[in-house]
Design a protein around this ligand. Structure first.
Ligand code: KG4
Ligand code: ZN
Length: 353
């Protein structure tokens, strides 16, 4: 067995790439001493989606309280930290800048290294943190509100992209379907809850890309099919709770099946028998259950972080940052925020992309 990568001692993580302001303290890259997340659901709920300007304003309001709470819960003084890890991209730039600026100021004050972390590398780090038996190489499936992608995760190299969505992210599709069905925001958990009472075979929605070769995903066609179905039934207001549940369950079944088809194809193409599923949609019960069943049948083992580490959090950023710091990687206080960054790239460490 390979020794696991060395990790820095006490690391504070700060994450603010979208609509969660989060801070956490992690020891030795694995031991979670605190995990504080301030969610903005009530800020964005009236709009049915994240409003970037409102997100950054709310982050600015709560950032110091969230970081203080994470340090207090961990019983760690800022001076005792070995480093500060912060998300620098991808994400909403206004949101990212709040966490980034606060992290810089704190690093400056305590004279400790700052390290910028890729948001998706953070999501992948959450899987290894939660499951000690998970070791590279393995397949990483990132499913969130902004991303749907498959990676080959290696011990010594940056994750290699195998396939990604050509249009919408799967979480975005859940959010849009929730809006169509009048289920509120955030959409994923709401659709999933409604689906529990529905029949997944009630509507035969298309299985996106199922017949196409390759490892890319597509969700805009499925989203349109759900919109047409809702329209055909006279809109969400005219639908009974049972109808809403059936459409939600049928959509969820189609979305999950398309993830499963790609995941199994990638596992066999890459000769891997482990898959880590991360990001907000990894909280989805149907996805968890179907992958577990498929794994038993086909001989692969899925790992899912606990729900609290699937959606955006700072534990994953602290864990990923601890590894970088242990390898001697840190960043200057001029680090910028980046809205789009492929996994494996770190534009904050070189010339701006
Ligand atoms: O990783 P995350 O917190 O933020 C991004 O980086 O995007 O993911 C949020 C996404 C949202 O689209 C949300 O609707 C979805 O994850 N989500 C779910 C569930 N819980 C959250 N989707 C399906 N089922 C769930 N249980
Ligand atoms: Zn995320």
């Amino acid at each position: 067995m390979k020794p696991s990568a060395p990790v820095a001692g006490l690391v504070l993580g700060i994450e603010s790439s979208c609509d969660e302001m989060a801070a956490a303290v992690v020891r030795s890259g694995r031991e979670v001493l605190s995990n504080v997340v301030a969610s903005q659901n009530e800020v964005h709920a009236p709009y049915g989606g994240v409003v970037p300007e409102l997100a950054s304003r709310d982050h600015a309001r709560v950032v110091s309280g969230v970081v203080e709470a994470a340090l207090a819960e961990a019983g760690v003084a800022p001076e005792a930290l070995d480093g500060i890890a912060v998300t620098a991209g991808p994400g909403l730039v206004g949101s990212l800048l709040v966490g980034l600026s606060f992290a810089k100021a704190l690093a400056y004050r305590v004279g400790r290294p700052l390290v910028a972390v890729h948001h998706l590398a953070g999501h992948l780090a959450a899987a290894e943190l939660a499951d000690e038996s998970l070791m590279p190489p393995y397949l990483g499936l990132v499913v969130s509100g902004g991303h749907t992608a498959l990676y080959r995760v290696e011990a010594e190299a940056e994750p290699g992209l195998l396939g990604q969505t050509l249009d919408d992210a799967v979480g975005e599709a859940f959010d849009k379907v929730a809006k169509l069905l009048g289920l509120g925001f955030p959409g994923g958990p709401a659709v999933s809850r409604a689906a529990e009472a529905g029949d997944p075979a009630a509507v035969a929605f298309p299985r996106p890309m199922a017949k196409k070769p390759g490892l890319d995903f597509s969700y805009s066609g499925l989203k349109t099919a759900v919109a047409l179905e809702v329209q055909r039934r006279g809109g969400a207001d005219a639908m009974s709770a049972g109808e809403v549940a059936d459409v939600a369950a049928s959509f969820e079944a189609a979305a999950v099946e398309s993830l499963l088809v790609r995941a199994r194809r990638a596992l066999s193409a890459e000769g891997l028998d482990r898959i880590a599923v991360v990001g907000g949609v990894a909280a989805n019960r149907r996805l968890r259950a179907e992958l577990a069943t498929a794994g038993e049948r086909d001989g692969f083992r899925p790992s899912f972080p606990p729900i609290a580490l699937c959606t955006d959090n700072a534990v994953m950023i602290a864990a990923a940052g601890a590894r970088l710091l242990a390898r001697g990687v840190s960043d200057g206080l001029s680090v910028g925020a980046f809205s789009r960054v492929p996994v494996g790239e770190a534009p904050w460490r070189g010339a701006p992309a």
